[in-house]
Ligand binder design. Structure first.
Ligand SMILES: [Zn+2]
Length: 110
């Protein structure tokens, strides 16, 4: 619900900046770590956007995988099953590169 609300807020702010009155489509990039269930988010988005310029807008969701970077050998790798171990050097010092972001990439307006 909180995520849906931020998406609506971001989209409405972007539409206002463009002087648009109605949002047709919202393209969202969400990190895997956000644990988003697309069908649920789309439903929440529909509820949260009621009585806003985003009402009735189509939510297009793209999930980005969780990527870690080894601080020892600087290898980037996809984290699977919460295994934060570098596949190259087995290092444990891993920093998240992507997977936590939530971004409205762009919106289509009328
Ligand atoms: Zn490494």
């Amino acid at each position: 619900m909180a995520i849906a609300r931020s998406i609506v807020e971001l989209a409405v702010a972007a539409a206002e900046k463009e002087g648009a009155t109605r949002i047709v489509k919202v393209n969202v990039l969400a990190g895997e770590l956000r644990g988003i269930i697309p069908a649920q988010l789309i439903m929440c988005f529909g509820l949260m956007s009621e009585n806003t310029p985003a009402s009735g807008a189509h939510l297009s969701l793209r999930i980005t995988p969780l990527v870690g970077r080894c601080m020892k050998c600087e290898e980037d790798f996809t984290v699977k099953d919460s295994r934060f171990t570098c596949p190259r050097c087995q290092g444990q010092d891993v920093q998240m590169v992507s997977g936590t972001e939530l971004r409205v990439v762009d919106i289509d307006v009328e």
